[in-house]
Design a binder for this molecule. Structure first.
Ligand code: ADP
Ligand code: ADP
Length: 229
């Protein structure tokens, strides 16, 4: 599962200002769709609507063919995972940070998620492994390490739909490239929506939509869109 569709979605945070003005796109189960556009274009708004932080004023949003208004908040949250751009970690252990919100998570599951996020080697070097404290109380993590913890946290949920919201934009370019590799590997195995500023960062998406002034201005593969410029 994990197919996502927006059908003619109209949305504004305020009555007199429309942010999405009839946005339609579909991404099949297991596919990767990138949403590209300038800052303020409405990219993160699309993610917020998927989580039903807000409901659109027009159109429909479907997951696996079902209107998300008919899905419980709990199963919607289980279905969608997001790797945010700026990861905030708790002043607690690495293990707690990965399992955040999951009191039932077992150490083996956490270890598997850490492996998926490519932080298993890093954890092996820590004095107490998953029990190592981070933040003010303990070890200070680099931006890349924090981001990998955030990826592991999302992988632990094993959501059919993954949203990568400018997930590497806060990192230096070398760390960004390394994490991009990990994210591409993860994206291969599930439905993924990649939110990005620049076309150059989404070379591996199956399809790209370019948002402009509340509409889908262009659709195509990376090569097709490059050829249009
Ligand atoms: P992007 O992710 O493409 O940078 P956003 O989806 O975050 O854009 O924002 C789209 C537009 O909606 C922007 O003009 C932004 O100022 C506005 N916006 C975002 N959140 C809110 C909010 N909570 N209330 C009012 N306007 C908002
Ligand atoms: P969970 O603990 O199961 O991840 P949360 O209630 O913390 O559930 O939030 C659901 C998801 O929504 C989380 O993955 C979180 O990162 C994401 N989220 C929170 N705030 C925003 C936001 N403003 N825009 C997009 N996604 C968000």
């Amino acid at each position: 599962g994990g197919a996502v569709a927006f059908e003619d979605v109209v949305f504004g945070y305020e009555a007199d200002r429309t942010i999405l003005n009839g946005v339609s796109f579909a991404v099949g189960a297991g596919e990767t769709l990138a949403i590209v556009g300038p800052s303020g274009a409405g990219k993160s708004t699309i993610a917020r609507l998927l989580f039903r932080f807000y409901d659109p004023q027009g159109g429909r949003i479907l997951i696996d063919g079902q209107d998300i208004r008919a899905v419980t908040q709990q199963s919607l949250r289980a279905a969608i995972g997001i790797v945010p751009q700026d990861t905030v970690l708790f002043n607690d252990s690495i293990g707690y940070n990965i399992a955040y919100g999951r009191a039932d998570a077992r150490v083996e599951e956490i270890a598997e998620a850490a492996k998926g996020a490519a932080i298993d080697g890093f954890i092996a070097m820590l004095p107490q492994g998953y029990e190592t404290e981070v933040g003010e109380r303990g070890l200070k993590l680099s931006g890349g390490e924090k981001q990998r913890v955030a990826i592991a946290r999302t992988l632990l949920k094993n959501p059919p739909v993954l949203i990568l919201d400018e997930a590497t934009s806060a990192l230096d370019s070398r760390t960004e490239a390394a994490i991009q590799d990990t994210l591409e590997r993860i994206a291969e195995r599930r439905t993924t929506l990649v939110i990005a500023h620049r076309l150059s960062t989404v070379t591996s998406a199956d399809r790209i939509i370019v948002l402009d002034r509340g509409r889908v201005a262009e659709t195509g593969t990376h090569d097709q869109l490059l050829a249009m410029r």
